[in-house]
Structures are given as C-alpha cells and as structure tokens.
Write a protein that binds this ligand. Structure first.
Ligand code: FAD
Length: 435
C-alpha cells in the first residue's frame, strides 16, 4: 500500500502499538493522526493530554515522522485527511465505551463508502475484551475470580518494539496542540517518555513491596501509573509482562502477582463494558434501590466537607491532585452510596470529571461494584469508614496531609469523628452517624 492513516485515540505511545507497527510494515507512507474532538469534555485531563500529544509528536519526529493534529469530528477529519493523501486505509486501536464504539462503527462505514480499508487493532488491554468466554455460557465474565483464572491461561501476543522509522507523507501541516486549562493539576506530567521512566522506576524499586503496601493510604506505595494507562502512554500488556507476576508465568509469589491482578481488574471492567456499554447510565444488576435526592449532602461530599475526616481527605486529594488512592476511592464512594444514600451516578460523574485516570470502564465499573449494582458477589458490602481509617491510616498521616485544619487533632479523634470538637478550624460536624 502507498499510504495508511493511523488514527490514535487513547493509545498515545510508539512502543507496543499494533496499529502503528502494522502500518509501518504494510505501507510506504504512514500518517499518524490525532483528532481533538470538542465533544469530549476532557476538563482537567486536557493538560495531561496536551503533554501526551507533544511527547508523541517528538517521538514520531525522532523517527522521521510526525503527529498530525486536527480539530473536529474524528470521522470527518480522518476522511478529509484520507482524501488529501489519497490514503488506502485507516488503522486504529479498538476501544470499548459506547462513545468509542459508535465512532468506530461510523468510521468503518465511511471508509467502506469511500472504498478504503479499515482495520482495528488490540492494545487497550492485556487480553482483548471478548476474547475470553465463560465455559457455562454468556458473552462475558460477570465475576472476577473465574475471569482471573482464564486470563492467566490466555496466550498473550508478543510485545512489539517501537518502529525505527515512521515514513510520514511529505509537507503535511502538523496542526496545533491543545492548550491546558488554568485549573489543571500538574502533579503528573503526561506522555510516554515520562510514563516509561516511571514504569522502569516502579518495576525496579517498588513493585516487590506492592502486596504489603498497596493499602497504606499515607505511604504512596502504589504505582500511580493509572493516568498513563488511561491515555495509553503505556501498554498494559508490556507492563503486565515486565511485572513478572501472575499465574501466567507460574507467579513470583511477590508484589508482582498482586500487581498483575490489579491489571486484570482493569481488563475485567473493559470486558464488562464491552458487553454492557450502558454501564455509565444503567444499573448492571438492577436491585430496585431508592436513592435520596440530597443535593446539599452530595455537594458537601464533593467539597470534602462531610465531617468524616477519612472521607474528606480522599475527596480533597481528588480536588487538589486529580488522583486518589484506591482505598480512599472505595471509602468515599461507599460513604456516598451507603451512608448518604445518594445515587452512584452522582458520585461517578464527579469522579469522572476530576480524575486524570477517569475512564468509562474502570470508573463506572468500580462505582457500580461499590453500589452493589455491579459485579460484586456480595452486593450488600458496607465499608466502615471508622474501621478503615484505623486500619489503613493508623497514624492519621493521610488525613492530616489533606485536612490541614485538623493538624493538631489527636489521631484517635481523627478516626472517631463524633469526638471532634465542634467547629475546629471551621471543620463541619459529621453529616451522618458513622459509629
Ligand atoms: P495500582 O494499585 O498501582 O494498580 C495498577 C493498575 O491496575 C492501575 O493503574 C489500574 O490501571 C489498575 N487497577 C488497580 N485497581 C483497579 C481497580 N479496582 N479497577 C480497575 N483497575 C484497577 N481506575 C482508573 O484507572 N480509572 C478510574 O476512573 C477509576 N475509578 C475508580 C472509581 C472508584 C469508586 C474506585 C473504587 C476505583 C476506581 N479506579 C479507577 C480503580 C483504582 O482506584 C485506580 O486504578 C488506582 O487507584 C490507580 O492508582 P495506581 O495506578 O497507583 O494503581
């Protein structure tokens, strides 16, 4: 073939990129394209995305190529570029959200109409969604443990090298990068280069301690690679392979096993979303819950002002950093749906707006899990914030880090909110009893 367009979405990398690698093998010219879709309200993720695109552009330029950036409807812009270049085909990565699948279907139809080839490639997950089917029937796994077993037995494809050369068509206008909004948190710099440095450090120094440390709220002992996985700056397949754990290789019995298990959770929710694309709107397992329409309580929760320090610390971490520890996410989410009895959709929309790693499968899959409408086999599970605080923030370090107004409060009082002196540092009394 003479010219192939590679349409990037949330696979912003050159390593282990099946669509890019295949295009470089198949065609004389490869046009890497990203279309900034104004419909996608990326909010605080815009700065991170801008970093990712700038870095990808640099990587491609270093290989003789470029990243072409266009603005508008991805299907229309891809077709327009294809017309300009007389391209023979469009290659892209497959994704699972309803939005992404609609875009993919439209693109396939338009390519067909214009007699152009269209191919999708894996790469968003370790095991492609839909590749594993439960033996008892059904189009996807509803329960994690059997999925994990099957996932470990899956024969993974090889991790692909980055192409040496990306022969871009001559004299293309590169197009402008998005400009980050003023309020974007800058704790994480986006891009594959930073992501690979972080991944290497994590694998060398920290993954071994993951089994013991991942629930330590104050310790920062998780990988914090989620925003990079969200935008595909890292290949989950490469990360899983390098992590060394997992029954896949017989397991190392150490942090690697537990770590790879978390990557499997990520795949799990992707295959659920692929089979149930309405996951962000409808109960996966409707249980007839009645939710309280309590706008004030929901607002207090969003602002980190529920009067329950362990909940508020998590919510303030989200507001300031655009990221939140997994344990804190569970505590805060459970508090909203179980104690305040506010609809999970309210909480999920807030998380989705603020999280740098916010994506449809993991955000809504986890929210429904916590709310008991999703894939939890114990849908009535309640997370007790007092016990969780004692266990996972035993010295109150995490709470004090995000609630400086409680700096001088003794740890026991931080854990037992009903003991907090009224109005200390302007901090509110608990919205509900949590004893
Ligand atoms: P690590 O502990 O280092 O784990 C490694 C990777 O495994 C993560 O980067 C992530 O990709 C994956 N992973 C870990 N835990 C989970 C999990 N429970 N479900 C799915 N994948 C997991 N994760 C997101 O990536 N995006 C979201 O929008 C999101 N929303 C969540 C909402 C709620 C209510 C809850 C309880 C969890 C949510 N998670 C989400 C899952 C999890 O909290 C984050 O993936 C994790 O905290 C990211 O930090 P890390 O990279 O240090 O994780």
């Amino acid at each position: 073939m003479d010219t192939v367009i590679v349409l990037f979405n949330r696979d912003l990398r050159v390593h282990d990129h099946p669509a890019l690698a295949t295009a470089c093998a198949d065609a004389r010219r490869v046009a890497p394209l990203f279309v900034v879709d104004p419909v996608l309200a990326l909010g605080r993720r815009t700065g991170f995305l801008a970093d990712c695109l700038a870095d990808l552009r640099e990587s491609l330029r270093g290989r003789g190529g470029d990243l072409l950036i266009r603005w508008g409807d991805p299907v229309a812009e891809t077709l327009r570029l294809a017309g300009e270049l007389s391209a023979q085909a469009v290659y892209t990565g497959e994704d699972v959200s309803a939005f992404a699948r609609r875009r993919e279907r439209r693109l396939a139809e338009e390519c067909g109409r214009h007699r152009m080839g269209f191919r999708t490639f894996p790469g968003v997950t370790v095991v492609p969604p839909g590749a594993l089917r439960p033996s008892g029937g059904g189009d996807h796994y509803r329960v994690f443990t059997p999925y994990w077993r099957a996932w470990n037995g899956w024969r993974r494809r090889e991790v692909l090298d980055a192409p040496d050369v990306v022969p871009v068509p001559p004299q293309m206008e590169a197009g402008p990068l998005p400009v980050p909004g003023r309020l974007a948190p800058r704790l994480f710099r986006g891009g594959e280069t930073v992501a690979r440095e972080r991944m290497a450090r994590w694998l060398k120094r920290s993954v071994a301690g993951y089994a013991d440390g991942h629930d330590d709220l104050a310790g920062n002992r998780t990988s914090r690679l989620s925003p990079y996985l969200r935008f595909g700056c890292l290949s989950p397949l490469e990360l899983a392979s390098l992590s060394g754990g997992g029954g896949h290789r017989g397991g190392d019995g150490g942090g690697g096993d537990d770590y790879v298990r978390q990557l499997c959770w990520r795949d799990f929710f992707h295959q659920v979303t692929s089979a149930f694309p309405r996951i962000s709107r409808d109960d996966y397992r409707p249980r007839g819950q009645e939710w309280h329409d309590d706008g004030d309580a929901a607002q207090a929760w969003k602002e980190g002002r529920t009067g329950v320090p362990i909940v508020d610390a998590g919510m303030r971490q989200l507001l300031t950093e655009g990221w939140m520890h997994n344990r804190a996410r569970m505590i805060a989410a459970s508090f909203l749906v179980r104690r305040l009895r506010v609809d999970w959709r309210v909480g999920a929309a807030h998380f989705f707006e603020l999280l740098l790693d916010g994506d449809v499968p993991n955000n809504y899959g986890n929210w429904q899990w916590v709310a008991g409408t999703g894939n939890d086999t114990r849908p009535n599970r309640v997370v007790n914030p007092v016990r969780q605080a004692r266990r996972f923030d035993p010295h109150g370090e995490y709470i004090r880090r995000y609630l400086p107004e409680l700096e001088a409060v003794p740890t026991r009082t931080l854990h037992e909110p009903w003991r907090l002196p009224a109005g200390i540092g302007g901090y509110p009394p608990p919205l509900v009893s949590v004893g």
